[in-house]
Write a protein that binds this ligand. Sequence first.
Ligand code: GAL
Length: 953
Amino acid sequence: MSDFAYVESYAPGEGRRRPRADFLSDAPRLSLNGDWRFRLSPTAAGASDMDDSGWDRLRVPSHWVLEGYDRPLYTNTAYPFPLDPPRVPAENPTGDYRRHFDLPAGWPPDARAVLRFQGVDSCARVWLNGTSLGHSKGSRLPFEFDVTGLLRPAGNLLAVRVHRWSSGSYLEDQDMWWLPGIFRDVELLARPDGCVDDFYVHASYLDGQGTLRVDADRPGTVELPELGVRVPTGVEVTVPVEPWSAESPRLYRGTLTAGGERIALAVGFRTVSIVDGRLLVNGVPVLFRGVNRHEHDPDRGRALDRETMLRDVVLMKRHHINAVRASHYPPHPEFLRLCDEYGLWVVDECDIETHGFIYADWRGNPPDEPAWRDALADRIERMVERDKNHPSVVVWSLGNESGAGAAFGEASRWIRARDPSRPIHYERDRTYRHSDFASVMYPSLDDLDAIGRREEPAPEGVEPGSPDDERRRGLPFLLCEYAHAMGNGPGSLVDYQRILEAHERFCGAFVWEWIDHGLRAPDGGLWHGGDIDHRPSGGRFCLDGLLFADRTPSPGLAEYAKAIEPVEITVAGGRVALRNRYDVVDLSHLRLEWTVEDGGVPVESGSLAVPHLPARGLGSVAMPVVPAGRSERWLTVRAVLATDTAWAPAGHEVAWGQGLISAAAPAPARRGSLDRGPARFDPRTGELVRLGDLTVAGPMLDVWRAPVENDLGQGGRNNLAQAWRTVGLDRMLHRVDEVCVADDRLVVRGRSAPAGRALGLRTELVWEPAGDHAVRLAVTVEPEGDWADVTLPRLGVRLALPAGLARATWFGRGPGESYVDSQAAARVGRFAADIDAMQTPYPWPQENGNHVRTRWLELTGPDLPTLGVRGDPWFDFTVRRWTSEALDRATKPSDLHASDRVWLNVDHAQQGIGSASCGPALPDRYRLPVAPYSFTTVLSVCYSSERHRCTGS
Ligand code: GAL
């Protein structure tokens, strides 16, 4: 046997201390983070030369693959090594780490001491001053060694050998980058005589009273000064308290003192229960409006600093997210401290995923194999023991996508005995025998609705009407993943939320996922899996977050924030109706402000008294009296924070609603003559060539968009883009059949169709004068031939315009991009933006930047007349410096280059976005069937001195 046989043994570790709570105390602590000596070897044997003076230097915590050694690998479901458990390849990059350190002054070398690793990926063997301490697996969980008696005042040497692959890797097949290394903190902890090693805070809440008991392995004193509590460990007290919740994260800070050590306590009183198939916290139902969060930073991988964790928490709170599923492993303990403090419900998930056994038809799946029992139990215990004292943790999750097996039964029995206070979630065992929640991923809207009614069909392998079937139907439902946020999307967030709020069975849902896992590439761009020359690869599937990898919010996050905003504000019938969607708090922390805008220009504003509305309550206030206006007049009511909070300043918007006060007066019909108007046409082709002093080309019928990730579907399913390309929508050829002038109208008839196909779209463009500066275009489209069930990505016209146009101003929905199934976040108003800033930089270029329901648009540029577009009543538009074809061809943002034109698409409609990259097909109502269409638009041109004439605005 080699001396690295432990790498492939089933054993989770050796020589480690038993798991215990993570806590902060005033006992001496030495951080061993920083500069370490490092040498990478190709196999598990590691370095043979023990003189580290010539070794490289590596910062800890970090992943060596992001520090210039070896390379990161990304797989979704497949293991990156042969499926031959528990063996791993001989090619097993192994990093030897060494840290020389002295003890700080006042640290008695013979005092009891513990060496703690918060996270090492994937297997570490540890030596201190030449003594082998043992090894550990389980990357995202801490492990400790007792190092009492092994320390010297100076010249200590800590040596750690880290193997990229180990038997533990078989339990860590999450859809994410494989990132080896010591990626969380390393610390030396002094343990004073008589101190507490482990403790358990039991803090429940009932009817205004909190009951507290802190159990510890040594006697100690518990103090919560604010409550006047001073009791020995093990003694229960009941006192009046305010409960802890994500909405009102009331913490009572105090101490647990034993052996001269003071441990910081942050106690939140709360009781989690399941009653009549509903999840309750402190006796009231709660709805998780959540996200799945991986730890990710484009430069540091999973080695996050506190500032980055805090950014996540603040961004979540500001976007009304109230829950986090720690997908798919326990996060850094600091993140949970922040969740306690800022208020987020946490589903704490164990570091267990064996998804790749799908390629062996689940034969040998570890949860179903006795040999892996200890390794799995070890992970469960390390999670529960570490995190048991966090009020934010309200649900334990046994892991992700690991099939079924006896190990989950054992895990749930162990947790129930150790911590009966929290329910357990596990999604992938369809009997749900070991779960307190029914749960699936990515259901369609209809399927979710059936689940809400408790009418879902029995899952495969479960007998309808059997005890398992009955029990599952009685369980609350937790939607652990939905709304795959890959690329542009997800669509239907509002539709999902409506269903989630319509049924008592639901306790909430978690969007997949919080952040894109792009990694910084050497050229400053971003890498996804496909950029690494390695098979298997998950390709771009790691780019599916509501945040871009650099933590810039994507339009999907704005839409999610709107879908889950805590107050629903409806302006109609002379009243402002309010629905308090908080589960716990009333609205007394908010202010209501209103603004009236006429055609998007503010004309009046004020504030409204906030009615007293308890959690989940309904109410209304009278609308301010506002006379009708000249153009579309809208009243916008915003709910904002009345005072500063830890996560946002006073004035931060938490909800808004709008109501139309008066519609625009119909635009006067302007005739004039086509000859004297601004439009000049090519007499042969009927093409518009000038509009006043603007050189234009077009308009051409356009039915193509650069497919979004969701247009590609998943693994051959729902691949609309493929169907579009098969028909040839990406290569339409245009023909003009007839150009005729009659009654001062120019009529251009033609046909657009792809090469090699008998089908096509007949077009008729009718131009009419519309005053001295404008021309009206009526477009009629008539399909010909057999289109079968193909839909259209878009239907509209495209114009080529001078490159000098630089800025867009529009009245309609904005300011962000919007699509038919993702437009809740876009309010009606007047917006302006530079064309360059209107391109959403999806890391894989695709359709973006659309604006639905635009009433009018103006494009301006230095020394150029203004181009105006008016809808009848509205249109969608995108404007960019490259064509859809160029966007389609690009594989990186850096492939996109400004052309010598600005390209404007004025669309009758564009198809929705959906979330079919992992999930259901786009609902029919968001598709654009091939059918006859007709639409009208008015194009105008004007000069700065007479600008108002451009769109009549
Ligand atoms: C789920 C899985 C996630 C992720 C997602 C798709 O099945 O749990 O880890 O792979 O699909 O992005």
